[in-house]
Design a protein around this ligand. Structure first.
Ligand SMILES: Nc1ncnc2c1ncn2[C@@H]1O[C@H](COP(=O)(O)OP(=O)(O)OP(=O)(O)O)[C@@H](O)[C@H]1O
Length: 588
């Protein structure tokens, strides 16, 4: 499928002055042919990634004008998802999966459900073979801290993710970033081998080695968002630029056989000298530009071989090809087991609980059956701690939730799932663990402290507080513009709840202008449920003629308090969903 773009201009609101607009791509005309690899080159900041993103339909801000045709068709978002693949500059992989699992997981979410699993496995096997991943197909991907596959293998796995639906056009953004030159050449050789299938490939590349540059058929060179060269790679490019080198005030080093470095040096120097416009003008006036314009026109007006029925379906289809239920099932299949078996994942979630339960049992053992007046505040205190502190347990893993954002954004852009799918499957993992852990610790604490009332109330109240903490962790990780902001939210909210729950300061003593907050305070309801469970019907007096529940203004059924807690669980779930769906920190 050829890609042709004419007079493509991209304008965005300036970072520096919100009232001004800047043109990042100016009147770009060019094309990418099937079975050919085109390099988007240029000095740093020249607009390579911007042009790639505009062509791939990945821009979320700014205005694009001009025309883009894929096989003669103006692409809809679903068309782009169906026929193109995009490899991001930085790898976004799931560390606990193997490359084979990562590819199959993506295939199950990206390919139609009607395609049998065997067909998807066959796609994975073909890609593993083509990308040279056989040696590591069953090795854990790992992370910078837990070594897994190598950087080159991770990059090739990332390329595989973009290829899983057999796209006709592949975009790559700086695929050699972070790789040594040998590995970079290997990765690019693998990518180049894909052109045999007839796929159209366009890749931004910053400073390629000569060997790497030789793999490309065409080069599109940008300077200040303008095309300064679009033509064949190799001798033609050198011939074009050689007479222009003398225009520079500061001469660049001799080529010494390294065209790639020479071209980058020359254009960077031209940029430094403010000659972007001059070089763009020279290209505009060249015969190369005329040839490019007529070839682009021919490719843009060439009819596509996609049936009208498919085109109509693609223009109306929703953002994903699988249903929410299917996607949730796939997420559970690949990610839940890995999470629940990961010591790091589980450890971060239960460490706080272990410490809290151990301290409660060591310090407060047996106090639940001692209704002596001097002990009542001790009981109230441990029930308060048990109702409030779990809210903070989730803060320990907010950083890991925050750091997962790039993966989530990439998978959303690739159309793997919807926000509700992500949030349901992730919270499912958390809730499964929370149910088990709170049951174990609640039983231990309940019996060691010899608490009174119904165990179920004590446990459910603790479970609800823990789930609220988890939900708030996801909410703050989604809301925080930076990791520090996300980290600060949960402690700040938790502290506000503790101060106004009515234990440190009784409800009547809370100033009227803040008393409303006690009604929307889940900690008060968690503590209240346990207090009523412990003291209801005992007529225990904290002071003469002052029954303890009356003193703290806790009344009614403990089940009603648990009901209120559950309402908070639902409200926070909805808030987390909305934030996950609509708050986007990554604008591109
Ligand atoms: N909103 C904006 N306001 C002003 N300048 C912007 C804005 N957005 C992007 N830019 C600038 O646009 C230019 C193009 O950015 P782009 O990321 O496309 O460059 P690049 O060629 O891919 O660079 P690199 O090789 O360093 O990744 C950069 O100079 C960038 O600072």
């Amino acid at each position: 499928m050829p890609v042709a773009f004419q007079n493509l201009t991209y304008v965005v609101r300036s970072h520096a002055d919100r009232n001004a607009k800047v043109t990042l791509i100016s009147a770009a005309t060019g094309y990418f042919r099937p079975g050919q690899m085109t390099a988007l080159m240029g000095a740093s900041g020249s607009g390579k990634t911007t042009l790639l993103d505009v062509l791939a339909g990945r821009k979320t801000v700014g205005e694009t004008s001009g025309s883009i045709r894929f096989g003669g068709e103006a692409p809809s978002p679903m068309f782009l998802r169906r026929y193109t693949g995009y490899v991001e500059q930085f790898d976004t992989l799931i560390e606990m999966l193997t490359p084979a699992e990562m590819l199959l997981y993506t295939a199950e979410l990206k390919c139609p459900v009607s395609e049998p699993l065997e067909g998807k496995r066959a796609r994975v096997d073909t890609l593993i073979e083509a990308l040279g991943l056989n040696g590591c197909r069953n090795t854990r991907i790992g992370s910078p801290l837990v070594k897994g596959i190598s950087g080159g293998q991770a990059k090739r796995t990332n390329v595989g993710l973009a290829l899983i639906t057999s796209p006709r056009v592949l975009f790559l953004d700086e695929p050699t970033t972070g790789l040594d030159s040998t590995t970079a050449n290997e990765v690019m050789a693998t990518v180049r081998s894909l052109t045999k299938t007839g796929i159209t490939i366009c890749s931004t590349i910053h400073s390629p080695t000569q060997k790497c540059l030789n793999m490309f058929g065409m080069v599109l060179l940008l300077l200040g968002g303008r095309i300064v060269y679009f033509g064949e790679q190799g001798g033609a490019m050198v011939e074009y630029f050689a007479p222009k080198a003398h225009l520079l005030t500061e001469p660049v080093d001799d080529m010494l056989g390294n065209q790639a470095e020479w071209i980058v040096d020359l254009t960077t120097q031209a940029n430094k000298e403010g000659r972007a416009e001059e070089f763009a003008g020279l290209y505009q006036a060249s015969s190369l530009c005329q040839q490019a314009a007529s070839s682009t026109q021919a490719l843009a007006s060439k009819g596509s071989n996609i049936s009208p029925h498919t085109l109509a379906a693609l223009s109306t289809q929703r953002g994903t090809v699988t249903s929410v239920w299917h996607a949730v099932a796939v997420m559970l299949k690949y990610r839940t087991k890995g999470n629940l078996l990961s010591p790091a994942w589980v450890g971060a979630r239960i460490a706080g609980q272990i410490v809290m339960a151990a301290l409660a049992m060591l310090l407060f053992h047996g106090i639940g059956q001692n209704f002596a007046q001097t002990n009542l505040i001790n009981i109230s205190a441990i029930l308060f701690i048990w109702g409030a502190i779990p809210l903070f347990n989730a803060s320990s893993y907010i950083p890991s939730l925050y750091l997962e954002r790039p993966l989530y954004y990439r998978e959303r852009s690739d159309g793997l799932y919807r926000p509700i799918t992500y949030i349901c499957s992730r919270l499912f993992d958390e809730v499964v663990l929370t149910v088990v852990v709170t049951a174990v610790f609640s039983v231990s604490v309940w019996f060691v402290l010899k608490l009174q009332g119904q165990f179920t109330v004590f446990w459910l109240s603790n479970l609800a507080t823990n789930i609220l903490g988890v939900e708030f962790a996801y909410l703050s990780a989604g809301l925080g513009s930076t990791l520090d902001v996300a980290n600060a939210m949960l402690p700040a909210y938790g502290a506000s709840l503790m101060f106004t729950a009515g234990f440190f300061l009784r409800k009547p003593a809370i100033p009227v202008y803040l008393r409303w907050y006690t009604y929307i305070n889940p900690v008060r309801y968690a503590w209240g449920a346990s207090m009523i469970n412990q003291f209801a019907g005992t007529n225990t007096e904290l002071f003469p003629d002052q029954e303890i529940l009356h003193y703290f203004e806790l009344s009614g059924s403990c089940w009603a308090y648990i009901g209120y807690q559950m309402c908070f669980v639902v409200v926070l779930f909805l808030a987390t969903w909305v934030v996950t769906a609509y708050v986007k920190h990554a604008k591109r």
